[in-house]
Design a protein around this ligand. Structure first.
Ligand SMILES: Cc1cc2nc3c(=O)[nH]c(=O)nc-3n(C[C@H](O)[C@H](O)[C@H](O)COP(=O)(O)OP(=O)(O)OC[C@H]3O[C@@H](n4cnc5c(N)ncnc54)[C@H](O)[C@@H]3O)c2cc1C
Ligand code: SF4
Length: 562
């Protein structure tokens, strides 16, 4: 039975509080609009829940978590005792025969921004106009020039550390001082020079100096468990407090959006959601709806929003809802060690639990058809003295001799992780599984996905380049992954509600407003037209800021009533 909470009509209902939703909530509240935000999971208590400065021996289960709960875990590597009860345990999706997909979903307020890797590069003109250059698929309906001011504002808001690099594929932005290269970075940088590939500081949303009231990072190195001092960007540290301070936000936690409600004309009138705690269905009403539940969850909500007006899902007159799922192929393209560092003193090299150096796209820059594949990829590089010596399997023996070898090897390991965009294709898409529902009664999403020939060619290219670089730096190549990680592993899924100018071909217009329904907007990576060699979150923030300001402008012109 549906429980109608109240007849209040909000200006905007925002679904999701991650990168896309958090930016929308802040922007809309600060503009004076009354916002009701729905979040599928609980709120994070920034002081109590984030415990990354504790040592494993200070925790009851040595950081691994209660084994009974672990059995229920969907297997995401970040689902540990450090941050409990924030990753969804139930699988709310199925995969089509032949598809493997991993979809870790963080239900906590702030979504995955609580634990993300912070790599924050701008997309470039070469990405927005990729189709014009290589004739594959379609261009974006926006240019870098148009989105650049939003990138700049986001970079200033969240603080991104990097350097000016003047490269054609990755536009420079406004940066805090970069993180210092470590000893092994300098050696690899020299190797990269020898083989003619770039080796540069990544753009990282982690504060190297105090910024906008947030403290500089003290490089404890465990960011993937969340930062208890707020020294990297997440929406609970950076955006939601600002929204809350306006008095215009009502945040409903444990509220799992099920479908968008429509009025007699098929326009959005609110959202139906399940209260996670008592499984009751509730409704909330608004003049506009912003869907920002992350690419796949947004698409699931829209596909599940069927009515006589929208029989195949809301705002789906184009039939494109769910189409063109893209992901980053991730994999260890090489790993090994630098013998010149054997036996050297140990330094705290694990400054961020993530990479601080990257090799931005260098392929197909002068000519879009230089290589056998189109477009390009990037590589993140890491190594040095990590907390856990992953190379233990490479060393033989036992006892004190084994320990001596382990210690001698400690400063030397190097790992290359490739970030390779899949091309949009008709065979990679999502729909609703007609047979399967999750425990709260919501029909499950079904994923159809396979890596294509283009990305697999890039993977082979990345393996060769990574090994060449390591050898050129005087290193020893020991291994590479047998194949790419399972699709979904990168958590960079995009593209199932693409933006474009033609309502027959695209779900939203260039502002993230659905072509079919003027009061429904999308603020996450599902509107992206194609993947790039860059990580998506900075772009999700910039596009969400732009869409949110567009909504504010529409309210000023009384498009949605007052
Ligand atoms: C370990 C890790 C490392 C990463 N590294 C990087 C990186 O280096 N660079 C980068 O760019 N990206 C990285 N990412 C990905 C990045 O976190 C995501 O791109 C980004 O968070 C996406 O933002 P979003 O708002 O679309 O989704 P999310 O951050 O996932 O937020 C979605 C929100 O929607 C809510 N929600 C979902 N379904 C519903 C529903 N039905 N009803 C109500 N609420 C709902 C969730 O609770 C959540 O709050 C990483 C992610 C992880 C986990
Ligand atoms: S390394 Fe810096 S940003 Fe990461 S958890 Fe520690 S203090 Fe926070």
């Amino acid at each position: 039975m549906v429980n109608r909470m109240s007849k209040q009509i909000y200006d905007v209902i925002v679904i999701g509080t991650g990168a896309g939703g958090g930016m929308a909530i802040k922007t809309l509240c600060e503009a004076g609009l009354k916002v009701c935000a729905l979040n599928s999971g609980r709120a994070i208590d920034l002081e109590k829940d984030l415990r990354n400065h504790r040592m494993p021996w200070d925790l009851k289960y040595r950081g691994f978590g209660d084994p009974k709960l672990k059995l229920q875990s969907a297997g995401f590597v970040g689902d540990t005792e450090y941050v409990e009860d924030v990753w969804e345990r139930e699988l709310t999706y199925t995969t089509a025969p032949g598809t493997k997909w991993s979809w870790p979903r963080c239900s906590a307020v702030g979504g995955r921004t609580n634990f993300w890797g912070r790599s924050a590069e701008r997309f470039g003109e070469i990405d927005f106009r990729a189709a014009s250059l290589d004739q594959h698929d379609v261009d974006w309906p926006v240019r870098h020039e148009e989105i650049a001011p939003y990138y700049t504002r986001v970079e200033k808001m969240i603080g991104v550390a990097s350097t000016i690099q003047n490269r054609p594929s990755n536009p420079d932005g406004v940066y805090l001082p970069a993180m210092n290269f470590r000893c092994f970075d300098r050696i690899l940088e020299a190797g990269a020079k020898k083989i003619g590939v770039p080796y540069l500081p990544d753009r990282i949303a982690q504060l190297t100096v105090d910024h906008e009231g947030h403290p500089a990072c003290h490089f404890c190195g465990d960011c993937t468990s969340g930062c208890e001092v707020g020294a990297f960007f997440s929406t609970p540290w950076f955006l939601l407090p600002k929204a809350q301070a306006t008095g215009n936000l009502e945040l409903r936690t444990n509220a799992i959006a099920k479908n968008i409600l429509v009025d007699q004309r098929g326009q959005a009138s609110g959202v139906a959601y399940i209260d996670r705690q008592n499984k009751q269905e509730r409704e909330v009403f608004g003049r506009t709806v912003v869907i920002a539940a992350s690419c796949l969850a947004t698409t699931q909500i829209m596909l599940n929003s069927t009515s006589r007006h929208w029989p195949t899902g809301i705002a789906n007159s184009s039939g494109q809802l769910g189409r063109n799922l893209c992901d980053h192929l991730y994999g260890t393209s090489a790993s090994g060690y630098l013998p010149q560092l054997l036996g050297q003193p140990s330094f705290p090299d694990n400054v961020s639990d993530s990479s601080i150096a990257w090799m931005p796209r260098w392929q197909n820059l002068l000519n879009p058809h230089e290589e056998t594949f189109v477009r390009g990829y990037s590589i993140y590089v890491d190594g040095g003295c990590w907390e856990f010596p992953d190379y233990y399997e490479q060393i033989e023996g036992f006892g004190s001799a084994f320990k001596r070898q382990m210690k001698r090897r400690y400063p030397t390991p190097v790992v290359f992780t490739s970030q390779i965009p899949s091309l949009p294709t008709k065979s990679n898409f999502v729909d609703i599984d007609p047979e399967a529902k999750s425990s709260n009664g919501i029909p499950k999403l079904r994923i159809h996905f396979k890596w294509g020939e283009n990305e697999l060619q890039m993977w082979e290219h990345a393996k060769k380049t990574s090994a060449d670089l390591l050898r050129a730096a005087g290193g020893v190549v020991e291994d590479s992954s047998e194949g790419p990680e399972t699709p979904g592993y990168s958590q960079h899924e995009i593209g199932t509600c693409r933006m474009g100018n033609d309502p027959k071909e695209f779900v939203t217009n260039r502002f993230g407003q659905t072509h079919d329904i003027k009061n429904v907007f999308i603020c996450d990576g599902s509107v992206f037209v194609n993947g790039t060699d860059k990580a998506p979150t900075l772009s999700i923030l910039a596009f969400s800021l732009r869409t949110s300001e567009f909504i504010v402008e529409q309210f000023r012109h009384r498009v949605f009533g007052s």
